[in-house]
Design a protein around this ligand. Structure first.
Ligand code: AMP
Length: 620
């Protein structure tokens, strides 16, 4: 979500018309684009009717890049200049990735690794942008107009840098990003689970190379990712590999050349996919030396060969459930995502583990893109207001300025919206009748390091002693991301409020920078907070003592006593001026000590005064 800023009065959304919006599943292996047509989400195919776009880009020395199917054969011919699985490098530095088995020439660049290519240097953002541009052009050709925006899906565990990189790639591709959406959330939306009022769902995503499991909790239209787990080296490829090894065994072969190896891997994959619908399949191939392979593989043998891989997926499932503190009977539904979930023994194992049939009637390759399209349609404003669904979190904490230039966080970062939190504050001075409410966003402790969003005054507080007024400040962020802040003095009911509205003033770069700086400065910030708190307390002590001295000093203290107190106050003022926390605390302790006696004499005097003229019998 963007920064919250004060709204301009009277600003409202443009009137209704159908706006072209798409959902994009930017995948590691394949990408897809979908839209909502006549209220139905549909995947948009290319001119040849193919839904998937392989996430592969080939960069020739001079000509235009080849994207998708055209680039796939270049992997074998020019591996250094044909980039696959670029999603793995988004927002990652060279130190974050394993480069040993990859054919690329990596260049270490600040923030994100780059590829050295014949045509020059490219970052993963630019490569992803080429994939996204291809999908945008496909969508615009198919829909016959310019897109107002796109929802792009990202894995739930993507961090800020990876999300920012994805967003940058979209902008570079000429796409207006309506929202980045977590992949499991998109899958849940495709199944219409967001229409349930409440529930806990598991998204089981077994693709070609990776396995991800997420647990989502739905409350009042908001999905919260409560746990994620997975295995980044477990997917359909491992199942292919088991068949490949079995084939070698059957043919009595040990080592194969590159071409034969690729051929048998391809055959293994075809056999695997065939065994999803058939009880047995014939695998036939002729190796480079002319020797034939012709074997039958039954579904049962295949299941036996790969059962351990299916079982392996249940380990991260167990871990995610444990992290979320849930048992299988607390799960309301299991959504199947990824081509490999078509395999019957995977379906069976999941059904058995959760003791309920999984949700599998949508194409597991398309479900994420379909969900993203539904969300894009909503965000583009093609649905009526009551169907609004927002699945957002607050990227930076929202808080208030308190005395001493400190920020008190009211709604912590990552809270899902809608949300409301309240906190009580009090007045600082005797007789204070107004209070300035300063709303801020950021992770740092001091006002000057956070972003100011709005300021308003609560006036008409009845005059009371410092600390006696009870001012309740409520922060409320509704499902549209609108923040309203209300301040109310509880004893009198005096109230004041301001509405703060999201504006796209804070770029994600800024958000990332602000988060980073909060981590880097955590120690300094705590020291600054302690100093500021000590200063506030000490100032309050000086003011209270001076007020008491003015009132009763002459009557209750002799000259020596008065001198000691004055000196202690001077020392305290000097310590404040020096901004030395330890000195302020020490001088405050000393000032409290030397004023103790004076305070108790004042107490006695005021009791005497209160009692004077009253009969003993009146004192119940
Ligand atoms: P994804 O990464 O979601 O595109 O999934 C790709 C993986 O799904 C590959 O390993 C495919 O071999 C596998 N896959 C696709 N269709 C089937 C099928 N009918 N049966 C088994 N695996 C399949």
């Amino acid at each position: 979500m963007a920064l919250l800023q004060i709204s301009e009065p009277g600003l409202s959304a443009a009137p209704h018309q159908h706006r072209l919006a798409v959902g994009i599943d930017l995948g590691t292996t394949n990408s897809l684009v979908a839209t909502v047509r006549s209220s139905m989400p549909v995947v948009l195919p290319d001119e040849q009717g193919r839904a998937l776009l392989p996430s592969v880009v080939y960069y020739p020395a001079e000509d235009k890049a080849l994207v998708g199917f055209e680039a796939v054969p270049m992997q074998a011919k020019e591996p250094q200049d044909t980039l696959v699985s670029v999603k793995r490098f988004m927002g990652r530095g060279l130190k974050d990735i394993q480069t040993e088995h990859l054919p690329y020439r990596f260049v270490d660049a600040p923030g994100m690794v780059q590829f050295k290519l014949k045509c020059g240097q490219k970052s993963p953002v630019e490569v992803s942008a080429d994939i996204l541009r291809n999908l945008r052009e496909r969508a615009e050709a198919s829909l016959g107009g310019e897109l107002v925006g796109a929802v792009i899906t990202v894995p739930a565990y993507f961090d800020d840098a990876q999300r920012q990189a994805t967003k940058d790639a979209a902008r570079l591709a000429g796409l207006n990003v309506l929202r980045l959406l977590n992949e499991p959330t998109a899958a849940a939306i495709a199944y219409g689970l967001d229409n349930a009022s409440e529930g806990t769902f598991v998204v089981y995503d077994l693709g070609g190379g990776t396995f991800d499991v997420s647990i989502l909790r739905l409350t009042r239209g908001v999905f919260e990712v409560v746990a994620t787990s997975g295995d980044s080296a477990l997917g359909g490829d491992d199942f292919d590999h088991r068949i490949y090894c079995w084939l070698l065994e059957q043919a009595g072969l040990s080592q194969l050349g590159g071409r034969d190896s690729r051929l048998l891997q391809q055959k293994a994959r075809e056999a695997k996919e065939a065994l999803t619908d058939k009880l047995s399949t014939q695998i036939a191939a002729v190796l480079e030396d002319g020797s034939p392979i012709n074997v039958e593989l039954t579904q049962q043998t295949y299941f036996d060969l790969t059962r351990h891989l299916v079982d392996k997926t249940l380990m991260p499932v167990r871990k995610a459930l444990k992290d979320a503190g849930l048992s299988t009977d607390q799960i309301d539904g299991v959504v199947m995502v990824g081509g490999s979930t078509r395999m019957p023994h995977v379906q069976h194992a999941v059904a058995q583990y959760f003791d309920k049939p999984p949700l599998n009637n949508l194409d597991p390759d398309k479900v994420v893109a379909l969900g993203a399209a539904i969300q894009a349609n909503v965000l583009a404003g093609n649905k009526s207001g009551d169907e609004w669904l927002l699945l957002d979190v607050i990227p930076l904490s929202l808080g208030l300025e308190t005395m001493g230039g400190l920020v008190e966080k009211i709604i912590p970062r990552n809270s899902t919206i809608p949300t409301a939190r309240a906190q009580e504050f009090t007045t600082f001075k005797d007789g204070q009748t107004a209070m300035r409410v300063h709303v801020l966003q950021g992770e740092r402790e001091l006002v000057k390091d956070c972003r100011s969003l709005a300021t308003f005054d609560l006036k008409g507080i009845p005059p009371m002693a410092a600390g006696a007024a009870r001012i309740r400040v409520t922060f409320q962020v509704d499902a549209d991301g609108l923040l309203s802040v209300t301040a109310m003095e509880m004893t009198s009911g005096v109230q004041s409020s301001v509405v703060v509205k999201p504006a796209y003033g804070l770029t994600d770069d800024e958000i990332t920078r602000m988060l980073k700086s909060s981590i880097e400065h955590a120690q300094d910030d705590m020291a600054a907070r302690r100093l500021s708190e000590a200063t506030v307390d000490a100032t309050r002590l000086i003011e209270a003592t001076q007020a008491a001295l003015a009132e009763d000093g002459d009557a209750l203290l002799d000259a020596d006593e008065r001198g000691i107190i004055d000196q202690a106050l001077q020392q305290l003022s000097a310590a404040i001026a020096a901004q030395d926390e330890a000195r302020i605390r020490q001088a405050s302790d000393e000032a409290s000590r030397v004023t103790d006696e004076f305070a108790s004499r004042r107490m006695d005097a005021s009791i005497r005064k209160a009692l004077s003229g009253q009969k003993l019998s009146e004192l119940g």
